[in-house]
Design a protein around this ligand. Structure first.
Ligand code: BDP
Length: 706
């Protein structure tokens, strides 16, 4: 088990033999690149694995019981009426296992394929009871973003090299892409942006456009539409024009022309993803044009082809040193976008990271969600654990996402859950949905770690239906990935559900953020790096106090970007939840929390608690020896042992840092006091040598051995 089959293992199910199965499969489309045809093949393969039976496939009704899969139209043509037809929305499906025929009927081809995967997921989990239901998506856009570079590297990717690009070009062999599309279809993802948001314009050369066609052809049978990220300056840097001003007629014509060319190769291209005027990327502001002018230029180019523009709200200037203490990176999105509401073309969707800053372990939802009323939006999540342990740590993100999706932003004093805003429901927008940065690579585990795949699975399932509970989704994934053993289920559920709170505790709590090195790696502890640079989210920690004052009254005003009920809650230190205290307020280390503890003592304790929890993970996992195949068992064990060590590094680095700064001793006398420890550099070293580490607080005695 090398992980490549992920949750689509179709392992034999013990009770399957007593279940009556129709003797054949009818897939109501015989063209081999259609999702319905693929659904037939998938059913055959899955049933063979789960039941050990080889079912024949045909595309016509022979009158005998069967597993029938097809679109509403095809079904009606063959079988006459289908009374649930009107309940199905785009991409939705109907699944019925009552009687001696299984019916899997999609609103479209893609929906039929989703229904087939749903059926297979049920039987793979031993769920054989008769069911009959319709399932529709929460939102039309359910995409993934891959930050792959043309040279084959992946920005913030932790699962090996790119499956899409190598040496400047699209890869020749697209098998991997097709396998990935299959995985995505099984969790109902319908679009993929295949290249880095920090985009390289040479993606638009002829050889690469031909490559895009190859990739799109490979993924189309799975209902996954391809899209690309663009570099705003391409007309100049790649096209040879003297400008990339979005209001220049030549620039417009250049984009229309290249867009037409791409659509000739990829007629169903999903659209473009644009990162503009952020972190050094070019954009319309260079020419004093608005972000809407920029977005609409692309919107017009793709409009005749039915394409969508995902325009990122992640716009901020990392060159601003925020020397003025009122400057706040968290304000940037609303500042940039609030006056543009209603100015975007209908096929533009503003893609908003879940928090105002950047994929941190804890952020309030972005206030932009309740600010834009006449603009379609999508939420951007991150499966790739950029700030969250980079797949070397187990951090199950379902619970984090759930909190954000269910958050009620109270726009106009009315229920306004984030999930209902981006779905288009709350503000009556035609488009919307979600995108997750996934960054799979060529590693057989896809993401670099077997356990990290629960995040990809949960993302897809929650994008389809945010009402699901993260622990239920997790348990489906465990059954599909590791089988039915009760102990396996218990342990993986337990460590996964504890993992996000534990990571928060030992990396940065009370809303102070993941205190990683912010300057590039975003991995180990480096609290000092969070301040005095344009990327940082700022802790404003000094010898007496800590936290970012984001109040309207005394601070950066960020609390005031929320709707009044939420704004007044965050404005007031007493009504701000403890887990966001330091996000919104600057308080003395001695400030009492609702628990009665001081901020600094809470810091110390939480870091110990979080690290102690993580230390239990590998031991719990070890108890599964013999219940999981050796290959996956050892791979996960190695990572969990590493994680338990790294959690200690985190604990001590952060605690020591704030102890040095505040000079307030830990009541429990643990911080800075490790008499039991043997420092590596004090041992007799053979083949190792001591080195000074930066930042110094990441190793006791400032020294590590390498
Ligand atoms: C930051 C990443 C950077 C991305 C950027 C983005 O560190 O690599 O390019 O987000 O989302 O978090 O554009």
């Amino acid at each position: 088990e090398d992980g490549s089959r992920a949750w689509l293992r179709y392992a034999p199910v013990p009770q399957a033999s007593s279940h009556r199965l129709p003797p054949s499969i009818i897939a109501l489309n015989s063209s081999s690149n259609s999702p319905v045809y693929v659904a037939g093949q998938e059913l055959q393969k899955g049933i063979k694995g789960v039941f050990g039976k080889e079912l024949s496939i045909s595309s016509t009704n022979k009158g005998s019981p069967a597993i029938v899969v097809g679109t509403i139209d095809a079904y009606k043509k063959t079988y006459g009426s289908f009374k649930e037809a009107r309940e199905l929305e785009e991409d939705g499906f109907f699944l019925s296992t009552t009687g001696n025929t299984v019916r899997i009927i999609g609103q479209n081809e893609r929906g039929a394929l989703y229904g087939a995967f749903e059926y297979l997921s049920r039987v793979s989990q031993g769920k054989f009871s008769s069911v009959s239901y319709v399932s529709n998506p929460h939102a039309p856009i359910r995409w993934v973003n891959e930050w792959d570079n043309l040279d084959g590297t992946i920005e913030r990717g932790y699962g090996g090299a790119s499956i899409f690009f190598k040496n400047g070009y699209v890869v020749e062999n697209v098998t991997h892409a097709a396998e990935y599309a299959r995985l995505l279809a099984s969790i109902r993802i319908n679009g993929i942006i295949i290249n880095n948001v920090n985009a390289n314009p040479t993606l638009l050369n002829d050889r690469n456009i031909a490559g895009l066609a190859r990739l799109a052809d490979a993924m189309r049978p799975f209902g996954v539409q391809l899209g690309i990220s663009l570099n705003f300056a391409s007309p100049q840097t790649f096209g040879g024009l003297s400008t990339f001003d979005p209001l220049d007629a030549n620039v417009d014509a250049w984009w229309a022309n290249i867009t037409n060319k791409i659509y000739q190769s990829v007629p169903d291209m999903a659209g473009y993803l644009i990162k503009a005027n952020s972190e050094g990327q070019p954009g319309p502001l260079t020419y004093n044009r608005t972000l809407a002018d920029g977005a609409n230029m692309f919107a017009k180019a793709v409009k005749p082809h039915g394409g969508v523009i995902m325009f990122r709200a992640f716009v901020y200037d990392n060159k601003i040193l925020y020397a003025n203490w009122k400057n706040d990176r968290a304000n940037a999105q609303v500042d940039f976008f609030k006056d543009l509401d209603g100015k975007f073309d209908d096929n533009v969707v503003v893609q908003i990271k879940y928090g105002p800053i950047d994929f941190q372990v804890r952020e309030p939802p972005s206030p932009l969600f309740s600010t834009l009323r006449k603009t379609s939006t999508a939420i951007e999540l991150q499966v790739s654990q950029e700030y969250l342990g980079q797949q070397c740590h187990l951090v199950y993100l379902g619970p984090l996402w759930k909190e954000i999706l269910e958050y009620d932003l109270r726009a106009d004093g009315k229920p306004s859950k984030v999930k209902d805003i981006y779905s288009g429901e709350r503000f009556k927008r035609p488009l919307g949905g979600s995108a997750a940065v996934v960054n799979v690579g060529t590693n057989t585990t896809w993401l670099g770690s077997h356990l990290a795949m629960s995040n990809l699975y949960a993302y897809g399932i929650m994008a389809w239906d945010p009402a699901v509970e993260p622990d239920d989704v997790l348990q489906d994934w465990i059954r599909l990935t590791f089988g039915f053993d009760r102990k396996v289920m218990e342990v993986i559920t337990d460590i996964s559900m504890k993992s996000w709170p534990a990571y928060e505790k030992h990396t940065g709590n009370l809303g102070v953020q993941t205190l990683t090195d912010i300057l590039y790696t975003h991995y180990g502890p480096n609290p000092a790096s969070q301040d005095n640079n344009g990327w940082g989210q700022w802790t404003r920690a000094d010898t007496f106090s800590i936290g970012m004052d984001r109040t309207v009254k005394n601070g950066t005003g960020n609390a005031g970007q929320y709707a009044p009920e939420i704004a007044s809650m965050f404005e007031n230190v007493d009504t701000t939840p403890d887990d966001l205290l330091l996000w919104f307020h600057h308080v003395p280390y001695t400030q009492k929390l609702k628990s009665g503890k001081t901020v600094i003592q809470h810091f110390y304790d939480a870091h110990y608690e979080g690290a102690a929890t993580v230390q239990t993970f590998w031991k719990a996992w070890e108890s599964l020896k013999g219940k999981i195949d050796t290959e996956r068992f050892e791979h996960v064990l190695f990572r969990l042992i590493y994680q338990s060590g790294h959690a200690l590094v985190w604990r001590d680095a952060i605690n020591q840092f704030y102890y040095n700064l505040s000079s307030i001793p830990d009541e429990a006398k643990r911080v800075g006091n490790h008499p039991y420890r043997i420092e590596a550099e004090k041992m007799t070293l053979s083949g190792y040598k001591p080195v000074a580490v930066t930042p110094f607080h990441t190793a006791s005695g400032y020294t590590a051995v390498v």
